[in-house]
Design a protein around this ligand. Sequence first.
Ligand code: C6P
Length: 421
Amino acid sequence: MTRQLSKTPAPAQPPHFDVHRIREDFPILHNKVHNKTLVYLDNAATTQKPNLVINALRRYYGSENANIHRGVYLLSQLATDLYEQARRKVQRFINAAESREIIFTRGTTEAINLVASSYGRTNFKPGDQIILTGMEHLSNIVPWQIICQQTGAVLRVAPFDDNGELILDEYERLFTPRTRFVTAVHLSKSLGTINPVKRMIAIAHAHNVPVFIDGAQSIAHGPIDVQDIDADFYAFSGHKLYGPTGIGALYGKARFLEEMPPYQGGGDMIASVTFEKTEYNELPYKFEAGTPNIAGGIGLGAAIDYLTSVGLPNIVAHESRLLEYAHSRLSGIPGLRVVGTARQKGGVISFVLKGIHPHDIGTILDGDGIAVRTGHHCCQPVMDRFQIPATARASFALYNTIPEIDALADGILKVIGFLGS
Ligand code: C6P
């Protein structure tokens, strides 16, 4: 996932990677938008889905649908097997030690709320401190603010510099004997910055503090090994990984999850219930109350199969090439400023145009079939840090091409031509 920015020409397409062949797997990419071929550059918001995932969902609802963990009949056992296989795929994908350390959630946001609520309510006391970075998505700010209001704990924010790089010394200086938890984004969706999470976790562990990593944007763009980085918790959403919406996963070290109380009550999370007392189920089911998103879990498993078949190293090489090319093309446009120029960057390029509001950029690009995101990207503190209201953002995926980046650059020149910069 890591890559260095430079102005040098983009390296050649990685061997064993044919982007035109890949594009055939994604039916939506052949659609027209405003009568133009879709150029989809909003992959940080959500990714498009390959046939493998679409077919897995169709097959599930067409011939495998039943509730899981409940029926002795064949169909229920089949659905249960498929769902539990998907859990093991997630386990292998992030190299978790055990499949019971994988909790299916609705996505990253629910995973963060689960940990903030369950771990925080039990462990935080008035005056305790939680460290997070200044570049968090609001999903990794608000749940911690809520738990702070409930427990009297306080947030401490690690700053970043003008390039969007975390200032590691300042992060380290925030630790005190009252620090109880760290939460940090792996890849910032507004800046593209890849944080040095392994180093950040080592620093926190030296202070005996557990760490949650928000992997929403990193999961599809490079290999993740939760044991190697030694994360205590790691979360991601299926829809950013070419999988369905409404499904995601929380990884947690078993020793933490075992001690944590349930997040929600309901079916499947119990071992036995009387009106006097409830015994909770074992991991991971203790945290999976009610009928889960079975199709979503199976679809997520298919997405992991797809990514694995393409090969994450190929994806990293391809997206690095796109990012490098985009930086050199866009930074040559007069009046355009790239926001977020960290040395270690993922395939995200946020920019502003002098005198032109990002929403106008987005609207004019849309007329040419080019989808980018505009706004504060749920990262208002990042915008405040740069004293801008919003940016336009192009974010790349494995199916994007160099001609699509040319189309973006030409579209931006058209915006400037219309609105003057
Ligand atoms: N970012 C974007 O356009 P959910 O909504 O639960 O799948 O993911 C939330 C989330 C958490 N952390 C980070 C770093 C994220 O980028 C996101 C979602 C989308 O950038 C939608 S706002």
